[in-house]
Design a binder for this molecule. Structure first.
Ligand code: ADP
Ligand code: ZN
Length: 608
């Protein structure tokens, strides 16, 4: 086949098997590159559509495509999606019985499997490699390829050994895929997987459908409740916290408000965790309150919000966790609150960890970068993309809090100087609470004992509240004019960087201190469905739910939200119309089409 014919054949599979009208981003180029037998490195954000980049070549090429995937949950989900579209896909992992594995091996030998998902450790077994040498392998896809990175948060040692594929199967194309953006990881993937000759397909890491919100931690619990109530009342979402205790407490608070919230953390029994995770995957409108232990391998496409009640460790972690929202491309929210306590806590963990000094320094730097993102008065998306080495086209994205409601700034030069001189005059020996007490003129026991009520700075800050001083000091820390000594009771100390400010050479502008703001009212549910289609949409969802329980699969395996929305809007009445709906392929039409067509017909008849 020449290039055009290959492109045409790829499009046909996209239409008939997956039911999508057109390729996204550079999917088509990637598909034809791999289908022609070349290696490829694919960087695409979450939800960009990486899977099709190897699934379609798998169907275009002779033999079985072998997909390396790090997690059982991910494999099962992908295989379920493929099988629901009538593709012959299977996985081999430790969850199978010996008998089941044997059946799959037999099918491999007789060429009945188009895609085989395996865990890296399984693939690397001599027996498995031997088996593959005796069958036609169409291609190797290495999913979540950033797992080779020792620096990354998902490091998997077995991934490092995958270069064996290149050595033992030099003629078979390999495609490595990841949603992790930074340059160092990219280089590690290339060198560890011997992909020097691969074509690189690098997309922007922007997730335009995610709206970013970052604000102060005050009244966190109530703010979380308001946020969900006003913006995501009936949606699925994830709430991340740092400790088990906080997971329990927020779960309870949300349940008290009538939300369908479940906890997930390492202190729970594995059965209970599994049960809660299944609820999240299989039911609608479930909120998972979790420590970061939850999420890797969660492919649920219609997570509408990710809320962080505590700061993650880095921009990478923030991007990855918020990236679990909106995989289906529909509007979603990444909402985070943070405070100085978080910074102190995370710094403490870094310092107390076993990592060597240089790693600790990197970790501290990464945390500082995240703080910079929190405190910025500029476009969040811009900052985020810049961090990943992209040059965003415009200064403002129009879909983050700072763009939507430009933060009010104030000239905090005077206040900052007061705080700095208070830290200095009390001898660089006290933490935030104490320094604020002195600034505000609070005569407590310690202050009196230290005779700090006699200092000139005592009470010079009583024009501002203690909360306000807390925020100012936090921003001084973020701007690194002040450092927190985590090895020494979190004592505040001036740094060299504060000199120009103390000498009056520079000004210090800050985000206006948080006022009580009314949350922006959005329509509470399914705001992207037209009002006239809402009733039908709900009926379609109910039908999907009942089919999902009948077939024992999560609802989104049947049809995604976007597909149901399109049905509610276009109201297909024939097989042909139904096939024109994005997300409906021939196999799903045959399997579920009738149920939905009948429902739509009935609805249209009743509503004229
Ligand atoms: P990733 O692995 O990059 O996070 P997926 O491969 O899971 O993303 O794709 C995300 C969603 O987008 C899936 O529901 C997938 O079916 C859908 N999708 C992928 N490519 C297309 C396309 N060309 N048109 C419409 N939907 C697509
Ligand atoms: Zn913006």
């Amino acid at each position: 086949m020449n290039h055009d014919q290959l492109g045409q054949a790829a499009l046909e599979i996209l239409n008939t098997v997956f039911g999508y009208p057109e390729f996204r981003l550079n999917q088509q180029e990637i598909v034809t590159t791999v289908a022609r037998g070349n290696d490829a490195l694919v960087l695409m954000p979450t939800g960009g559509g990486k899977s099709l980049c190897y699934q379609i070549p798998a169907l275009l090429r002779k033999g079985t495509a072998v997909v390396v995937s790090p997690l059982i949950a991910l494999m099962q989900d992908q295989v379920a999606v493929l099988q629901a579209n009538g593709v012959r896909a299977e996985f081999l992992n430790s969850s199978l019985s010996g008998e089941q594995a044997k059946r799959i091996e037999d099918e491999l030998y007789s060429g009945q499997i188009d895609l085989l998902y395996v865990a890296p450790e399984r693939l690397l077994q001599p027996r498995m490699l031997g088996l593959l040498e005796n069958i036609d392998v169409a291609l190797f896809a290495i999913d979540e390829a950033h797992c080779v990175s020792r620096w990354g948060h998902d490091f998997r040692p077995e991934y490092m050994q995958l270069s064996v594929l290149h050595e033992r199967f030099p003629a078979i194309p390999r495609v490595a895929l990841t949603a992790t953006a930074d340059e160092r990881t990219r280089q590690e993937i290339i060198s560890h997987l011997a992909l020097e000759a691969a074509e690189q397909f690098i997309n922007s890491f922007d997730r335009p459908n995610i709206q970013y919100h970052i604000s102060d931690k005050k009244n966190g619990k109530q703010r979380l409740i308001d946020f969900i109530k006003h913006q995501h009342a009936e949606d699925s979402g994830i709430v991340y916290c740092l400790s088990r205790k906080r997971v329990e407490s927020f779960t309870e608070a949300l349940r008290d408000q009538g939300f369908n919230a479940y906890a997930y953390h390492a202190g729970m029994s594995s059965e209970l965790r599994k049960r809660n995770q299944e609820k999240f995957l299989n039911e609608e409108g479930v909120i998972m309150v979790a420590t970061i232990a939850f999420g890797m391998g969660i492919d649920k496409p219609n997570v509408r919000f990710v809320a962080h009640m505590d700061l993650p460790k880095s921009i990478e972690a923030y991007y990855q966790q918020t990236g679990r929202a909106g995989r289906d491309g529909l509007p979603s929210t990444a909402w985070m609150i943070y405070g100085l306590q978080d910074v102190i806590q995370l710094n403490q963990w870094i310092q107390q960890g076993d990592a060597p000094e240089n790693v600790k320094r990197i970790e501290t730097e990464k945390l500082n970068a995240l703080l910079g993102l929190c405190e910025t008065i500029e476009c969040r998306r811009h900052r985020l993309l810049e961090y990943f080495g992209e040059q965003p086209h415009s200064e403002k994205c129009g879909n983050c809090d700072n763009c939507l409601i430009p933060p009010v700034t104030w000239d905090a030069t005077e206040a900052a100087r007061k705080a700095l001189s208070c830290i200095h005059k009390t001898g660089n020996r006290f933490g935030t609470g104490y320094v604020v007490d002195v600034l505000c003129g609070t005569e407590n026991e310690r202050v009196i004992k230290n005779r700090h009520n006699d200092l000139s700075v005592f009470g010079i800050g009583n024009d501002l509240s203690k909360v306000a001083w807390g925020a100012i000091i936090r921003q001084l820390v973020t701007s690194r004019l002040v450092q927190v000594d985590v090895e020494n009771y979190n004592v505040l100390r001036l740094t060299e960087k504060c000199r120009p400010l103390l000498q009056g050479a520079v000004e210090f502008h800050l985000r206006e201190l948080p006022k009580k703001t009314q949350p922006q009212k959005r329509k509470a549910k399914a705001q992207f469905v037209q009002p006239q289609d809402e009733e039908l949409y709900e009926l379609l969802k109910a039908e999907r739910m009942s089919l999902a329980s009948e077939y024992g699969v999560p609802p989104y395996i049947i049809f995604g939200d976007k597909t149901l929305m399109a049905m509610a809007e276009h109201r297909p009445l024939s097989d042909e119309d139904m096939l024109a709906v994005s997300g409906v392929g021939q196999f799903k039409l045959d399997k579920y089409g009738m149920n939905f067509l009948e429902l739509i017909e009935e609805y249209c008849a009743a509503h004229g």
